[in-house]
Design a protein around this ligand. Structure first.
Ligand code: ASP
Length: 455
């Protein structure tokens, strides 16, 4: 015991069956510093679906007028099996009928129904730990995680409530994925939101470490969908992790980063199902020994508005006029590569306001730009952005990257090098090929290294 505060979140796949629950939880509490456990609903197992997916399907049917009875009884069966495996059948049955069946009968709305996967799971785990003789408390996030009217987190109310409730010589079992909305109804986070719940708890109690259990072995150097068996990054700073997550590395939800950074909490992303997997440690400040590329992340679904105007560089306020169009439409601009008489605005279409569809915003932006005085406009809807994050000045690697892309016939729309990052935009179809080419150049497999060294 180091007298540290450690918060651990366990994902659904490490909590899919009674046996998995007992081994994962016993592993966590073997470290006496780990007193806060955030749990997800049971994950998929063999042919069985993830409980949250089953609950979503139940809600979809319910909203079309069908009964909840049958789909919810299937979920109840899963929890019954878990209770039997944990040897808490009688207590488990009581929890399942109170929390899941009666809870949903009394509160038949989507967010409540979805929260029942996590709530029932956490109640069963609390009951089992108590029966094992542990001092344990169930903490309901409905009483300590609060949302504002605009769906953002109400830190002012949340942090003191968590500290008040999670205090004392107990193990705290906390369901992830939900809190209380401003309307006093249950409100869920986006999918995989237990990661965010864990970050909020870790931030509120100013934990020394947040152990975030995931189905992946850590932060990959490159997307495993593009590259076979990519290496794991052993350590990263928050800003490095954010740059990779921004550009599509899906390991870490952007919303988990803020509560941790604000409170100086380090996070370790690891795979609880894999013995000996240390994962990736992310800290506020990290010193890297080597000058190297840390990671390559990429995301498609960007649009690029390229505008040309002779003498643009001398015209005061031209850029402001363009940017005010995006501001008025509440569309964030991601990148602005410029030339002397050219400017391009690269925008992530996933960030368009949700009150209208994507084509509406594309058209509105175009119409408004057309009212400006310019020579030529080109709009590309098929843009992907690659972020290459390095340990030091990215300029050190840029010529090798450009060379390798051109050798692979990958056309670059734009390239920006700033600090430790290189941002490259390419035609969407080239994203995978570009990722592979850069990865193979900087992370050759060991036998390839041998060949290079002997030749
Ligand atoms: N159970 C929720 C989901 O499947 C939340 C989570 O697992 O983090 O998205």
């Amino acid at each position: 015991m180091n007298n540290e505060k450690i918060v651990t979140k366990l994902g659904g796949s490490s909590l899919a069956t009674g046996q998995m629950i007992s081994s994962s939880i016993l592993n966590v509490i073997a470290d006496e510093d780990c007193k806060h456990i955030i749990v997800s609903a049971p994950g998929a197992f063999e042919k069985r679906k993830k409980v949250t997916d089953m609950l979503i399907e139940a809600c979809d049917l319910f909203e079309k007028g069908q009964s909840l009875n049958q789909p919810i009884s299937l979920v109840a069966e899963i929890f019954k099996e878990i209770s039997i495996d944990l040897d808490i059948e009688i207590e488990g049955n009581k929890i399942i009928s109170e929390v899941l069946i009666e809870g949903i009968n009394k509160n038949p709305y989507r967010d409540y129904i979805l929260s029942c996967g996590e709530r029932t799971q956490a109640r069963l785990i609390t009951c089992w730990l108590k029966k094992q003789g542990h001092k344990v408390r169930f903490i309901d996030p409905f009483d300590c995680i609060f949302f504002n009217k605009d769906q953002s987190l109400n830190h002012r109310k949340t942090n003191p409530a968590i500290n008040r409730m999670c205090f004392g010589p107990w193990i705290f079992v906390i369901p992830g994925f939900y809190g209380r909305g401003h309307d006093d109804k249950v409100k869920t986070f986006p999918r995989d939101g237990s990661d965010i719940s864990g970050a909020i708890v870790a931030g509120a109690i100013k934990a020394n470490l947040y152990n975030m259990g995931k189905d992946v072995d850590g932060f990959y150097v490159a997307d495993p969908n593009c590259v076979d068996d990519p290496e794991i990054i052993s350590k990263l700073s928050f800003s490095e992790a954010r740059a990779l997550a921004y550009a599509g590395a899906k390991v870490m939800h952007q919303a988990t980063i803020l509560p941790l950074v604000e409170n100086g909490v380090s996070v370790r992303i690891f795979n609880p199902n894999k013995e000996g997997n240390f994962g990736t440690l992310i800290k506020p400040i990290v010193k890297h020994e080597e000058k190297k590329i840390l990671g390559i992340a990429g995301k498609s679904n960007f649009v690029m508005f390229k505008i040309e105007k002779l003498m643009m560089n001398e015209e005061i306020g031209f850029l402001r006029k363009i940017l005010s169009i995006f501001e008025a439409l509440k569309v964030p601009v991601d990148h602005i590569p410029t030339g002397i008489d050219t400017v391009a605005l690269i925008v992530d279409m996933d960030n368009y306001p949700k009150d209208n569809d994507v084509s509406y915003y594309n058209q509105m932006i175009r119409n408004r730009i057309e009212k400006l005085d310019y020579d030529k406009m080109e709009v590309n809807f098929d843009v992907a952005v690659l972020a290459i994050v390095c340990t030091e000045q990215a300029s050190f690697f840029s010529s090798r990257i450009t060379k390798i892309l051109s050798e692979n016939n990958i056309w670059i729309y734009s390239q920006q090098i700033l600090g430790n990052q290189i941002i490259i935009s390419v035609y969407r179809e080239f994203l995978k090929k570009a990722t592979q080419a850069i990865y193979n150049e900087f992370f050759p497999k060991s036998d390839e290294i041998k060949i290079c060294q002997t030749s």
